[in-house]
Design a protein around this ligand. Structure first.
Ligand code: G3P
Length: 220
């Protein structure tokens, strides 16, 4: 499963890149606005940190303007993937852009039928928002499982990107469900490393090693 970082914060991206396990980045207008830098310059910087698919979202709402914006975004860097919302105009733009060979990540997906529409429009990636479904007391991961099954039934090549992940359990559940990609905030990626028994075990290894091989303290 590919790990994407869901952030536009350059420090977090640099830290994640250093671990060597980050395969791409997703951004959205809220994440970009949080950093406050002009989109084109900021996406170019992100492309210089992570060598993988970098999703940059259009802010236009009509398909002609989305298409125009998408064509501009992909000129920033070869790794840029255009993000369009799952609206009628977003799907029309996805159809047009994908027919030009431009890769589109269709975002704000909350149902299996929406995911079917995105695949039929030629989406490169579909982004179902797991956490936001959980937030309204449904089970977001059920949607991932449904989409995996439907895409398998018909041989759709659209990659499933589990988004809106809130913790380590979401990541492992997305992997078990067969999601191609999991995108997560930096703090979630950082949490994936943690286990108390790993820390305890390493402490004991080093204690035993030092006891056997470290020179006794002088005069001790
Ligand atoms: O990529 C979508 C993600 O940024 C949304 O996450 O936690 O705002 O639902 P969240």
């Amino acid at each position: 499963m590919k790990f994407f970082l869901d952030t536009a914060n350059l420090d977090e991206l640099r830290k994640g890149a250093a671990w060597g396990i980050v395969d791409g980045v997703t951004t959205n207008p809220s994440l970009i606005a949080k950093e406050g830098k002009p989109l084109e310059e900021h996406i170019r910087e992100i492309c210089g940190i992570i060598d993988g698919d970098i999703s940059a979202e259009v802010v236009a709402t009509t398909s002609p303007e989305m298409i125009q914006e998408g064509r501009k975004l992909v000129k920033i860097h070869r790794n840029v993937v255009v993000k369009c919302p799952l609206t009628r105009d977003g799907i029309m733009a996805t159809k047009a852009l994908s027919s030009e060979g431009i890769r589109v990540n269709v975002t704000l997906c909350f149902s299996a039928n929406q995911a079917l529409i995105a695949a039929k429009a030629g989406a490169y990636i579909i982004s179902p928002f797991v956490g936001r479904i959980d937030d309204i007391s449904w089970t977001g991961m059920d949607l991932i499982r449904d989409i995996v099954q439907i895409y398998r039934n018909y041989g759709y090549k659209t990659q499933i990107l589990a988004a809106s992940l809130r913790g380590p359990t979401h990541v492992s559940q997305a992997a078990l469900a067969g999601s191609h990609i999991a995108t997560m905030p930096f703090k979630v990626l950082d949490m994936l490393f943690n286990h108390p028994l790993t820390d305890k075990g390493l402490e004991q290894f080093l204690k035993d090693w030092n006891k056997a091989f470290q020179p006794a303290p002088v005069g001790g």
